[in-house]
Design a protein around this ligand. Sequence first.
Ligand code: SF4
Length: 502
Amino acid sequence: MQDTETRDPQPSGTANPAVTPPLAPPFPSLVIAEDGFAAQGAFAEAQAMYLQPDTAAVARLDALLETHAIGVVAHFYMDAELQGVLSSAKSPHIHIADSLMMADRAVAMAEAGARTIVVLGVDFMSENVRATLDAAGHRDVAVYRVASKPIGCSLAESAEAPAYAAYLKRASRSPRALHVIYVNTSLQIKARAQALVPTLTCTSSNVVPMVLQAFAQVPELQIFFGPDTYMGQNLTAMLRALSALDADSITRLHPEHTPASLAQALPRFHHFQQGVCIVHHMFGDRVVERVRRDYADAFITAHLEVPGEMFGLGFEAQRQGRGVVGSTSNILRFITDTIAAKINQKDGERPRFILGTESGMVTSVARAVQQILREHGGSGLEAEIVFPVASEAIARTDDASLPIVPGVAGGEGCTTAGGCATCPYMKMNSLDALFDLLERIDAAGQAATDTLAAYRPKDYSERIDGKSVAELGAVSILHMREFQKTGRLPAALVEDIINRGA
Ligand code: SF4
């Protein structure tokens, strides 16, 4: 990453004194106005600075992508510097999204002529992009990551532990078992799981309708969800809360469900107990306590992966129309919809949003909010994004043998070095690493193959039940894609559930 001290753009917080500074809350925050940003705290200042990226870097990126017909798909959790440049580039082949949409956009880019796709994310994302491109008939399109070393994920790794294999074994002994696996897992785990139990991949944006539909479509179904423990607990809490609603409200959610059907489904929903995302783990009870105390007026956004306390806060807010619990895309949509509604109602009071997910998300939020404010020029409305920070945050170090240490790096508990709700794995993707890779890819994406082999998504040699990992691992992803299209579990999957458990 470039040294922030030597870059051209000035921190937006000081560059635009016209923007009203935030109040003095305990968490860092960023105020977004039509024509600028104001930040409180070092971390928020860095985020604001990168929203006005180095124009030379943007031009260099556009030129490299165009010359070599390269597309870039990036996750919302990329660091602020990288996202600032990506979101300012003009290339039509750049997309920042959640993991499901990343793969879809890669296919669209291939169909529009991209010969190479660079994935900015963690390894299961590049594997997912590779599998989806292959399934769509684009085996000739090269896929690269920006690091030669593995880019892990604490959650994906928890599915590789013996405890998860034991969990799957238990599922395989259950009649009518469906393993719903979170997309944040390797292709190899998806393949091994599929060999044992009928498996369906989910994301945080589709898991709720998927679980409701599965229980409605397959009588006596047993769902084994994993590996994310917090998400499993949150889904259980959500099912319990939904089952307490009146019949009409439940029918509006899913026409085939009733309070009784949801109550009966509850004991048939199981979740793995030992899968943790180290980032979302930070949104614990102390963060929630401070949010409740100091931000009673704020809108609450929470990712489905957060611990129960934060989930409870978000779910409560969602039911009161003051928040959302869901995926990164759901969070983005909630914030922009809320701003649009305020503009339409000519409500000039600045809304505050608690960002209950990885802080890299703020770049996409800031861009989208500013776009709405500009479309309705002159409204004078501002929005404040608050970064809740836990004192037990994790910091990144420069020591290769010990890249992550517990605790914050300094300041107010949230710093550009990673001592905030930032994912240290995602931050292995840097602007320098991206440029380094792009310089080495030729127009066909094939030359220099020998030197770029380590940058390709992992190619598993293991064969399971006579099939390759790529082939078997893609089955649950393709089932999910069919669910996305039709809203129903595919017939082949339902048949598998019934036959295997017989
Ligand atoms: S935020 Fe990082 S550790 Fe958590 S699930 Fe995503 S990639 Fe994995």
